[in-house]
Design a binder for this molecule. Structure first.
Ligand SMILES: Nc1ncnc2c1ncn2[C@@H]1O[C@H](COP(=O)(O)OP(=O)(O)OP(=O)(O)O)[C@@H](O)[C@H]1O
Length: 373
């Protein structure tokens, strides 16, 4: 078991309020990614969980047992928290070989040496560094050292693993390989993992849940695809997804039956069942539509009255996919197509998209008021 609960956590550095009333539950077996831009408090959260930082307010429970109670100035020391931690800046012991670095903790636990050999070989294999077992850290590149640090953390298959941007020093191809290794490790061991990154693709591909931060506050905690499909506000919608979601202004009228929308992307009608609890009951509204680039289809022929006329601004074929930037009125919209297609600048095209997939935000509150289904 490794369930972590953070309740009402406040952390200040001097006057800088870096964690603001943080409430987050990480269930046993979750791969929870803390996601957000630089400086939003992700690493601080990890340090607070690990015991390297003491929050000024709040409680932390590990499997129901209190490990932090700031009101009573109780902070269980890191050694009693039973977790393994890998930082962005990893510290390997320079006088030990890779094998010795990775096996050190196992020797301390007095595991028989034949077993240690097997466990280390498996961890090094996973990180694709088996051939470097006899080398010293100074004989390795930064990325190789980082993989040794991960191998050292995962070798004992800890119940709770904290990883702070562990793939940041790796090149793009290796990063993709390591993502699948970490995901597989999670599948094989069922460990609880708390993972820090500012890379939303990393978060979407690996996690069972994502906690999105902004300036020390949690904005949304959800399963990756729920976060992608139904971001709770414009900030989240903009942060998640690459290429970014298209935002298009529109006007609307809410009523008992639902929401009528009008704008450059056409007229749309949504029923009350599609609307979030935050949707206004009635009235005229300024809206922002969120339409993902892959939801839009481009055609050279007009075959349906609902299609929206557009003019190609730039077509960008890239082998497996084509990004097309088009103008609808004054607005630039990105469309993503599978495969490579050539579009000429200023060519007239027609766009269609499934209205049920559109997110609608209230422009004044910036909150989601209509789900994508
Ligand atoms: N030891 C410290 N002393 C003072 N301020 C700190 C300290 N550590 C972090 N901060 C500040 O706290 C805020 C949150 O930092 P934190 O490292 O948690 O952000 P982060 O989201 O992990 O960012 P990054 O992705 O850049 O690592 C930042 O404003 C940072 O400058």
């Amino acid at each position: 078991m490794s369930k972590i609960e953070l309740k009402h956590i406040d952390k200040f550095y001097g006057k800088n309020h870096v964690l603001k009333d943080l409430n987050l539950t990480i269930e046993d077996g979750d791969f929870m990614t803390l996601l957000g831009p630089s400086g939003c408090g992700k690493t601080t959260t990890l340090r607070v969980v690990s015991g390297l930082e003491k929050p000024q307010n709040g409680f932390i429970y590990m499997d129901g047992k209190e490990i932090v109670n700031a009101a009573e100035a109780y902070y269980a020391p890191p050694s009693q928290r039973n977790l393994n931690l890998v930082f962005q800046s990893y510290a390997l012991w320079p006088h030990m070989t890779v094998f010795e670095n990775v096996s050190f903790g196992l020797k301390i636990k007095k595991i028989p040496s034949a077993e240690i050999e097997k466990m280390v070989a498996s961890a090094l294999e996973r990180m694709q560094i088996g051939q470097y077992a006899k080398r010293y850290p100074t004989e390795l590149s930064g990325g190789q050292q980082q993989r040794v640090a991960i191998a050292r953390a995962i070798v004992s298959e800890p119940r709770l693993l904290l990883l702070d941007e562990p793939l940041s020093n790796l090149d793009a191809k290796l990063r993709v390989d390591m993502r699948s290794e970490l995901k597989r490790l999670h599948h094989d061991t069922g460990s609880t993992i708390i993972y820090v990154t500012h890379d939303q693709v990393e978060a979407l591909t690996m996690s069972t849940k994502i906690a999105l931060f902004r300036e020390g506050e949690l904005v949304q905690v959800d399963k990756p695809l729920e976060l992608y499909d139904n971001p709770c506000d414009l900030y989240t919608a903009d942060f998640i997804g690459n290429p970014s979601i298209n935002f298009v202004e529109a006007s609307g009228t809410a009523g008992a039956s639902g929401l009528s929308v009008d704008g450059v992307m056409g007229r749309l009608e949504f029923s009350r069942e599609d609307m979030t609890p935050e949707a206004p009951a009635s009235g005229d509204l300024k809206l922002v539509l969120g339409i993902r680039p892959e939801q839009i289809t481009i055609s050279r022929e007009k075959t349906d009255a609902a299609q929206v006329e557009a003019r190609v601004y730039a077509g960008m074929p890239a082998g497996s996919e084509t990004l097309v930037s088009v103008r609808v009125g004054e607005k630039l919209i990105t469309v993503k197509e599978l495969g490579s297609t050539h579009y000429a600048g200023d060519e007239t095209v027609y766009l269609s998209y499934p209205p049920k997939k559109v997110n609608v935000f209230d422009a004044s509150t910036k909150r989601l008021i209509k789900y994508s289904r």
